[in-house]
Write a protein that binds this ligand. Structure first.
Ligand code: ZN
Length: 264
């Protein structure tokens, strides 16, 4: 296992350096990704393979139509482009924790929890990226009124279908990697639930700010017009990273819970 951890560390660091050079990760994001990747490979090569497939697909989808998406969303979204350490841990921290606990405590519940967390993150990422690009004007999950693309809690048909496909992608890979039909199916259920919870909690509780100069709502502290924004509604400290962390935790808990509750 020591040899595998060293190999995992080298592989994770190599991928993180490439992703840093490609501007998919910031420097802090590359360090965090190396930690998450090493934890995954320590649990087994299949954990590492699942993480790499998730990361490559998410980074590729972030790149598709980047300019068009930026033009749509940059006055709304706080962080665009390269992922920093907080974003990496918000998306991969629960997965890495499940991997580490699974090393000590051998049980398929940790496979379900890890895949469920990653499926929730993939669902959110695929839904956001493809929904922003092809989904037209999203509607608020709460009021069903049209909201600007990129708004947390905004949903579209394309985004919702993409979200289910993203969770399904991780679950199908887990199945192909031999994690078993039950953990994979429960990961799909956890992933879809987590991604939906992401939109719902985003709509209900995420901090929203207001630019008084432009008269629009945004998640940014400084609007792209240059003016400082003020807190308008939602929980002031709960940003998109906090919502993502809650969504991956939800995905893990649903997948693990189903493993315990649903009879074989
Ligand atoms: Zn403004």
């Amino acid at each position: 296992m020591i040899a595998r951890i060293i190999a995992g560390l080298l592989l994770a660091a190599a991928i993180a350096i490439v992703a840093r050079a490609a501007r998919s990760l910031t420097t802090s994001g590359a360090i965090a990704a190396t930690v998450v990747g090493t934890a995954a490979v320590a649990a087994g090569w299949s954990w590492g393979a699942l993480l790499i497939a998730y990361f490559v697909s998410s980074s590729a989808l972030s790149r598709v139509g980047r300019d068009a998406k930026l033009a749509h969303t940059q006055s709304v979204i706080e962080k665009t482009g390269a992922r920093d350490a907080v974003q990496v841990l918000a998306n991969g921290g629960v997965f890495a924790l499940a991997a580490l606990v699974g090393i000590v405590h051998h049980d398929t519940i940790w496979l379900a929890a890890g895949a469920g967390a990653l499926a929730a993150s993939a669902g959110d990422t695929w839904g956001t990226e493809l929904g922003t690009l092809y989904g037209g004007t999203p509607r608020s999950l709460l009021t069903l009124r049209p909201v600007p693309p990129g708004t947390s809690g905004g949903v579209s048909v394309v985004g919702t279908v993409s979200s289910i496909l993203g969770a399904g992608f991780v679950a199908a890979l887990a199945l192909a990697l031999g994690w078993g039909a039950r953990p994979s199916a429960f990961a799909l259920a956890g992933g879809v639930t987590g991604a939906f919870a992401d939109s719902l909690t985003g709509a209900l509780f995420q901090a929203r700010r207001h630019c008084d100069v432009c008269g629009i709502e945004t998640e940014r502290m400084t609007h792209d017009c240059g003016a400082a924004t003020r807190h308008a509604r939602g929980i002031a400290w709960l940003d998109n990273d906090g919502i993502n962390l809650l969504a991956t935790l939800g995905g893990a808990i649903v997948a693990a819970g189903l493993t315990r509750v649903v009879a074989a």
